[in-house]
Structures are given as C-alpha cells and as structure tokens.
Write a protein that binds this ligand. Structure first.
Ligand code: NBP
Length: 482
C-alpha cells in the first residue's frame, strides 16, 4: 500500500479527468492520486507526464490509502451508472468526514439523491459542475460546487487553486448545498444554447438580408466583439465563419450539415423550468431549433410549402446590421434574465441559498458563456440582491429601451422574409408579455372556469369565483367559493 502522500485524488482518466488531474498537479501544494477502471489510461497518463508527480493507484483500496485525511476524490467518469459504480466503491473504502466530488455532467436530481445517500454514511458528497471542456479542465475551468459547508472547508482552497481567474478572482464559489452546483451548471448550459442560437439567427439574417459572405460577417462579429457583445461565443463565431474548407475552397460553414446536435442539458433546463413554472422561452426555442434542424425527413417533405414572394434584400445594409446587433443584445438579456429566474426558482424549490451575483461572476472566465456582460449581471444583483427580474435592472432596462425599436424591425423583417428567428421573436414576445399592463390570461381563466370550473379571481374583490356559464347572462351569479 502507498503512504498517504496525496491531498487530492481523481477517479476517471479520460480526457476531462486526466486534464483536471494535470491541472491539480501543476498547482503549488497539490499531490494527486489517480485511478482509472482500466489500467492503461493510468499508465499512459503517468508515463506521459512525469513532471506531475502523480501517485498512480490500481485499486480503490490503494487509492484510499494514498490519500491524506479527510480524503478528497474527484470523480470524472461518464455520467450515469458509471458515477454510481464509482461512488459505491469510494463509500466502501472511505471513512466519515471524507469527501467525494462528482465533477461529471450529472442531472441534478441524481446529485440530490446521491448526496442524501452518501451523507447517511457520514461521508460528504459534492456535485460540482465543471465547465470549459478539456481545455478548461487543463488550464482553468469555471467550477460550480454544491454540497456541505464542511466539505467546502477542504475543497474550497483546492478548487480555487485550479479554477479560471477573472479580474483576479477565481471562477469558483460554493454555489449552495445539495444538488445546487449541478443545477446551476445545467442552467449555464441552457443559457449557452440560447446564446448560440441567437448568434446563429443574427448571422442568418445578415447573410440573407445583405448578401454578405461568411468572411465578411466574420469581420462584423469581430467588430461586435469589441463592444457590449464581447464574449467567447462571439469571438469563436467569427473564427468559425472565417474558416475555409481545405477540400472544396468553400466557407466551411456552407459545407457543414445544418443539423445541430445536443447532449441533453438544454432539454433538462427546459424540462426543469416547465416543472418550476418558469418561462425560459429563449432556451426552449434554442433547444427546439436544434430538434427541428435534426429532422431531415420532415424538412424534406415540408420544403415545398410556400414562403413570401420575392427576394429579401434590405435597403440599408449598415442600418440593418446595427438593428441585428441591438436585437441580439436585447434577446441575450432576456435569455440570461430567464436563466437566472430559473436558478432563483430552483433555489426556492429545493431550499438552497444561491447568490446570483456570485454565480454570474464565476461564469466570467473558464466557461463557454464567458463574457464582460456577466459583470453587469453581478452589478445588478449587488445593487438589488432580490431583484425580481434581471431585465428590469437599470443597466438592462436602458439597453432594452435603446434596442427595442431595432428588435421589432428585425423580427418584422424576419417574418416578412420567411426567415426563422425563433429565439429573437420569442424573446421579444417575452419582453412584451412581462411588461404588459394586462394580458389575455384573463380570457384563459374564463375559458378554464367555463369547461372545468377551475375558478378565477376578480380585480375588484378578494376571493375565488366560479360562474355558471350558460343561459341568460344577466342571470348568471358569480359564486364566491370561499
Ligand atoms: P467519458 O464521459 O468519455 O467517460 C470515460 C471515463 O469513464 C473513463 O475513465 C472510463 O473508464 C470511465 N467509466 C465508465 Br465509461 N464507466 C465506468 C464504470 N462503470 N466505473 C468506472 N469508470 C467508468 O469521459 P470524459 O469525456 O473525460 O468526461 C468525464 C465527465 O466529465 C463526464 O461526466 C462528462 O459529461 C463530463 N464533462 C465532459 C466535458 C467534455 O468536454 N468532454 C465537459 C464537461 C464535463 P475506462 O477508461 O475504464 O473505460
């Protein structure tokens, strides 16, 4: 058995686990024990990176013996049954007070279940969302840990040592108890879907409205990246659009099949939002847009359905591009506002205390949605921690006010030209819905009471009412069911 030389261990040495282990090993004070189900990955990692000083282990007993107490292990295996299998093994060889961290992409209800089960053994379980892909794992990810306060005492400094750094601050915070970390990571991914879809719609509208080439649009995105839209996603979009396919000489974007894949975190975000009753229409439209794109059989049979007559060419390309920029920013504000609403609602539902400003700050570096914009969100919550809707904060309200005329022109142009812009248009509808004095929901309540006696409330007195909806209307009494 090895001596307890390591202060942290990693189980699962595929691309994410091995990069995270290397990141940990590169930081002052860390000695990293490593373990993988099959021996080959451990041998390869240790032989390729002697500088890391890894402690290789080949059984859970050896792994546990190599760790100082409280033992701390980060699991980086395929989410699902693999995670449960590793947890069972670690629970078998660990002791009360030790800490098991799941750094995989777990669905948060699984994390809640695992945390409760492991806690009964006296061992701490922490579900930690880790964003940034393989490069982030190696160089500095954005980390969203949940779990107990006790585990954070040991884990906090270790995670702070490997996280990305934004303006001098590590991109990790103790998000909340239980499954809060994986919940927040899920919503992060949902917001990422919306952000990507909005950028794709902006590209499509500019291309089809102005006839500009992908390379020319890349220049526009690069320019946008110097202003309020500055973000990793805008930056990489410019690079994707500039890329030429070596085989055909065509812009690569024109050679790629137009069917977008998904690994399921967008769907989780939307399913969870539906259960919580939180409208995340931007994320939902982005998720559905990927689904729509991925049904070629339906698209083939629908291709003959008529669209508007004539070509779509805007009169003033520069003005249209500026309209699209402002519409993109406004829609992005809506998508983030909706995502933060979901986190707040999740915190209430599951009894977590989540600092929304702190969440926005740990997304400023290391993850896919990293952007300057997140500082504005942090400022909004610093100014008003219980802000009911992010988009009403003064900075965002001003941006929406500045952009709304452009936003409407772009959505009108898309509809008239027959260009799908589901995220742009649903975001505008959300904006108009949330700011409306009165909504047709009153009529929906009337309909519900008519066919199902679901009752309604009145604007002029307290109580719950049901109407007998038939016969002579003048005879219909309103019955207070209280
Ligand atoms: P994979 O998701 O491809 O999983 C491969 C690893 O899981 C290998 O180490 C494999 O061991 C191990 N494993 C499996 Br599969 N079943 C196991 C079991 N029953 N018991 C023990 N180990 C088992 O690895 P990855 O792409 O490095 O991702 C790791 C985690 O990080 C996943 O949860 C993923 O969703 C998450 N994540 C990935 C990314 C990314 O960009 N790839 C980003 C963010 C988060 P073996 O070598 O013996 O087969």
């Amino acid at each position: 058995m090895p001596t307890a030389a390591a202060n942290i261990g990693v189980v699962g040495l595929a691309v994410m686990g091995s990069n995270l282990a290397r990141n940990l090993a590169s930081r002052e004070g860390n000695t990293v024990a490593v373990l993988n189900r099959s021996r080959a990955k451990t041998d390869e990692l240790v032989s390729l990176h002697p500088e890391a000083g890894f402690v290789p282990t080949f059984s859970y007993e050896e792994f546990a013996a190599s760790l100082q107490k409280p033992r701390t292990a980060i699991i980086m295996v395929k989410a699902g049954l693999g995670t449960d299998a590793v947890i069972d093994e670690l629970v078998r060889v660990f002791e009360p007070g030790d800490i098991i961290v799941d750094g995989g992409n777990a669905y948060f209800p699984d994390t809640i279940r695992r945390e409760q089960a492991v806690r009964e053994t006296g061992i701490n379980f922490v579900g930690a969302g880790i964003s940034g892909g393989e490069e982030g794992a190696l160089l500095g990810p954005s980390i969203m840990p949940g779990g107990s306060d006790e585990s954070w005492v040991t884990l906090g400094p270790i995670l702070e040592s490997i996280a990305a750094v934004a303006e001098g601050e590590p991109c990790v915070t103790h998000v909340g108890h239980g499954g809060a970390g994986h919940f927040v990571k899920m919503v992060h991914n949902g917001i990422e879907y919306a952000d990507m879809q909005l950028i794709a719609e902006a590209y499509d509208l500019i291309r089809r409205g102005t006839g500009k080439s992908p390379a020319e649009i890349a220049d526009i995105f690069a320019e946008w990246n110097t202003g309020e839209l500055e973000s990793y996603l805008i930056e990489i979009t410019a690079e994707v659009l500039r890329q030429i396919d070596a085989e055909t000489g065509q812009p690569l974007v024109d050679v790629i099949v137009d069917q977008a894949g998904a690994k399921g975190t967008g769907a989780w975000t939307v399913q969870t939002a539906l259960a919580l009753g939180v409208p995340v229409s931007g994320i939902a439209e982005a998720t559905f847009a990927r689904s729509l794109s991925s049904h070629p059989e339906q698209r083939a049979v629908a291709a003959h359905l008529p669209g508007p007559e004539g070509d779509f060419v805007v009169d003033d390309a520069d003005a249209f591009i500026e309209d699209v920029r402002l519409a993109l920013y406004a829609s992005k504000i809506v998508a983030y506002s909706q995502g933060f609403d979901e986190i707040r609602a999740g915190a209430v539902e599951y009894g977590w205390t989540i600092d929304l400003g702190a969440v926005s700050k740990i997304w400023r570096a290391g993850c896919i949605i990293r952007a300057q914009f997140l500082n504005r969100i942090a400022e909004a919550y610093a100014g008003e921690p219980d802000l009911p809707a992010l988009l009403t904060a003064p900075y965002f309200a001003e941006a929406l006010s500045r952009g709304q005329a452009s936003w409407r022109r772009v959505v009108i142009a898309a509809a008239q030209a027959g260009i799908p812009a589901p995220a742009f248009s649903s975001s505008l509808s959300y904006y108009d819905g949330i700011r409306a004095d009165r909504l047709p929901a009153a009529l929906v309540q009337g309909q519900r009471d008519f066919f199902g006696a679901h009752t309604y409330r009145r604007i002029d007195k307290d109580g719950t009412f049901h109407t007998l909806w038939s016969g002579d209307r003048t005879e219909i009494p309103a019955v207070d069911t209280h």
